[in-house]
Design a protein around this ligand. Structure first.
Ligand SMILES: [Zn+2]
Ligand SMILES: [Zn+2]
Length: 419
């Protein structure tokens, strides 16, 4: 799989309206009334088979804003399971390697011009928390556990409900939808057995054991095939569970799971679950409650030094994840500054000889004002845009942390949507 070419935001121009106004009268006696859904902002992470179904339903229902995050481009094998990519222009999308998120957003605007659609090309870790914060509900349509856990943690820190969809758990005719209600409830890691949770958390910190990497590669190779039929069933259920939760929230401390099997016997089971007391991702200090918005600042013009300068008592900027800042190639001797998350550095290659025998020389977890990195812009450091940065006092480690958002990275309309 090619490396994503970074984070890009494309607020595409609104396509010419078809001239036919949408008539929502058939939805008025349902959950999805115009007044209730047109004010919603939804974030769909993953625009594969499941994401296509979730996005399609959100567009038909007419939610106010659909934000789509995906790192990949369209491939021919997607077409049997991805309704949004089956377009007249598919040949040029394949030839041009058009990102899935971009085509999905264009299709949303075609399906329903009342819906604003914003694509972001990148991974979960490239998605600044400012984007998650503006979402009333987040749909996880991902195919790997690490990304799911990253997204779940972001949602828990910001108190955003997350609806996770999974296909092919038992066989290609099965799937599951899980609701994680927010800061007061369980997270994705709570659902894991203790040993697996420990592995995942270590992987998140970039400290994975090579044996686990092999196991994971094997597990991913064994993924059960999925069908458009199951993607329709599970994607539809995700939208129903997510919108129902947002429009009439239930117990914020309990998660809910719905497991559906179509074959060899039909079954539909619902269960609820609580936070695991052993899960370490629920420290009260990690929950972000007060965010200072900085609409006049962007990642391309601001530096950690300038941000920290605003705290006269001395402060340090804490990174969410360890970042590999400097590395050396054992094959050709080149020294370079990858500035990528440590977990992702595992897949990096030498920029000079393309070799993969690399040694980390510097790993950064925090930036203080005297750090040589502090005077580079956030963009130059490769850090996510529209992020919410965590600032800790140097004088008093126990003092509450400050949270500062680089609001200027967001388009004006999106920036106005925070609650
Ligand atoms: Zn948890
Ligand atoms: Zn090299």
């Amino acid at each position: 799989m090619p490396e994503p070419d970074g984070f890009r935001e494309m607020n595409g121009a609104t396509l010419p309206a078809s001239g036919v106004a949408r008539d929502y009268s058939r939805l008025t006696r349902t959950l999805y009334t115009r007044e209730s859904v047109e004010r919603l902002t939804t974030l769909v992470v993953g625009a594969g088979a499941l994401g296509n179904e979730v996005i399609k339903n959100l567009a038909l229902i007419g939610v106010g804003h659909v934000v789509i995050l995906d790192r990949d481009h369209i491939e021919a094998s997607n077409l049997t399971r991805s309704v949004l990519f089956c377009t007249a222009g598919i040949a040029s999308h394949l030839a041009n390697r058009t990102p899935k998120a971009v085509v999905a957003a264009e299709r949303v605007r075609e399906l329903n011009p009342d819906v604003q659609a914003t694509p972001h090309v990148g991974e979960v870790a490239d998605c600044g928390l400012g984007i998650v914060r503006r979402s009333d509900v987040v749909f996880s349509c991902l195919d790997n556990e690490m990304a799911r856990l990253e997204l779940s943690w972001a949602c828990a820190r910001l108190g955003r409900p997350l609806v996770d969809g999974g296909l092919g758990r038992t066989n290609s005719s099965s799937g599951m939808v899980s609701l994680f209600p927010g800061s007061d409830g369980p997270c994705y890691a709570c659902r894991k057995a203790p040993a697996r949770r420990r592995q995942l958390l270590q992987e998140l910190q970039g400290r994975e054991d090579p044996c686990w990497l092999r196991e994971r590669a094997q597990a991913e190779a064994d993924v059960v095939s999925t069908t458009p039929v199951m993607a329709s069933v599970i994607g539809a259920l995700q939208v129903e569970v997510g919108l129902r939760h947002v429009l009439s929230p239930a117990d914020p401390t309990r998660g809910e799971a719905r497991r559906v099997t179509l074959h060899p016997g039909f079954s539909a089971e619902t269960s609820s679950f609580e936070r695991s007391p052993a899960c370490p991702l629920h420290e009260a200090a990690s929950v972000i409650t007060v965010v200072r918005e900085r609409p006049e600042r962007t990642s391309t013009d601001w530096t950690p030094a300038a941000l920290l300068d605003e705290y006269p008592g001395g402060a340090v900027l804490l990174l969410d994840w360890p970042v590999t800042a400097r590395a050396a190639c054992r094959a050709c001797g080149a020294v370079f500054e990858p500035w990528v998350r440590r977990a992702r550095f595992r897949a990096a290659t030498c920029p000079t000889c393309r070799g993969s025998d690399l040694a980390e020389q510097e790993v950064v977890t925090a930036i203080d004002p005297s750090s040589p990195w502090a005077t580079r812009t956030f963009s130059a450091l490769g850090l996510p845009r529209a992020h919410i940065w965590e600032i800790a006092s140097l004088a008093d480690a126990a003092a509450p942390r400050h949270h500062v958002e680089l609001t200027g990275d967001l388009a004006p309309r999106a920036a106005a949507g925070a609650q």
